[in-house]
Design a protein around this ligand. Structure first.
Ligand code: SF4
Length: 349
């Protein structure tokens, strides 16, 4: 099928309003054309620099603008990162994601970050980072060091963006994604639902993502975790069925991308998660924590997978979209258990 990059708000708004059963059925039908239906991709995430971020994202406990009681940490040492990556590999992780709470990496931080990428890559792991905005030469340097994925979320629609973040523009985000794409890295980019946005804003977010050419390889759909101390601490939660609708429409619009059920999963019942998988989600942050917000622990995830007959997606399939008729290895091993490891992937950052 031909992938589209010319979606309009009206068209996507109509999709979001379809009867839920029709929408989920269509999403699952497309999902099966592009992915093994009973596999979900899982990865491991390490926070390499926590808190004191100069950005003012209203949802984020790591922003230095809000007092959320978060323990701040400086950039952690390269050796510590490599040690944790080594442990992750021993425990069977296939992708190692590193997240830093920065507006952008500084000149002095880049050599350390590059060493982290090179070291983790040399272990035979897939690499992923989220470091904030990048200049073209920074994206090139990361790509050259071996960075496979860069996470940079669009968060919400262009129209609602200023209500959520004032320290950067929507265009800044698009510019970084452009630099990442031109450097040859894969893109992980999605958004957050439940921040007071309208259904039209959800359409705007999905249009902005799906009209990127090519589509982001990974599309995290987060449900707001309303952290006390952030301006969105009292935000009304999104209707769970609207959340499922957004997952289904993301799957329909970007049929070859991994749609990631991301932050907020801890607040979802097993049944809700199963419905999200049925609607086309096929990737999760797996383990105890998601950067600074808690995440269902690994045992609960393993149990849920077992109950649903789902297996972790193997590396070969997650590195590129798998077709149902491809021969896939049995299953990928599960994640390490360590205070620094979250069997998860790109972050809400
Ligand atoms: S979401 Fe990212 S950029 Fe925004 S405040 Fe949090 S760490 Fe900083």
């Amino acid at each position: 099928m031909t992938l589209r990059h010319d979606w309009s708000y009206e068209e996507v708004a109509r999709l979001l309003e379809q009867p839920l059963m029709d929408l989920v059925f269509e999403a699952q039908r497309l999902h099966r054309q592009h992915f093994a239906p009973n596999q979900v991709q899982t990865s491991t995430l390490l926070s390499i620099k926590t808190g004191a971020c100069p950005e003012d994202c209203k949802y984020c406990p790591q922003s230095g603008h809000y007092n959320t009681g978060l323990d701040k940490e400086k950039l952690i040492e390269v050796e510590k990162v490599l040690k944790q990556a080594s442990k992750a590999k021993e425990a069977g992780a296939t992708r190692f994601c590193m997240g830093a709470a920065w507006k952008h990496p500084s000149r002095k931080d880049m050599p350390y970050v590059i060493e982290m990428v090179k070291g983790v890559k040399a272990m035979g792991l897939e690499t992923c980072m989220t470091l904030g905005m990048l200049q073209p030469e920074q994206a090139d340097a990361l790509a050259e060091a071996g960075l496979d994925y860069y996470n940079h979320n669009l968060d919400t629609s262009p129209e609602y963006y200023r209500s959520i973040i004032t320290t950067r523009s929507f265009q800044d985000r698009l510019d970084t994604l452009d630099h990442v794409r031109k450097s040859g890295m894969k893109i992980c980019s999605g958004g957050i639902l439940g921040m007071g946005e309208t259904q039209n804003d959800r359409a705007g977010l999905l249009v902005s993502l799906a009209n990127l050419k090519p589509h982001p390889e990974s599309v995290p759909i987060n449900q707001l975790v309303a952290v006390p101390g952030t301006p969105l601490e009292d935000a009304d939660p999104i209707d769970p069925f609207d959340f499922i609708r957004t997952i289904a429409v993301a799957r329909i619009m970007m049929p070859e991308s991994h749609v990631r059920l991301s932050a907020g999963r801890e607040n979802m019942s097993d049944e809700m998660q199963a419905l999200a998988f049925l609607a086309g989600a096929n990737s999760i942050f797996y383990g105890e924590k998601l950067l600074t917000t808690s995440n269902p622990d690994a045992d609960a995830d393993r149990l849920l997978f077992k109950r649903l007959g789902i297996e972790p997606e193997p590396l070969a399939a997650s590195a590129h979209c798998s077709k149902p008729d491809e021969t896939l290895p049995e299953s990928a091993p599960v994640s390490p258990q360590s205070p620094l490891f979250y069997d998860a992937c790109e972050a809400q950052a």
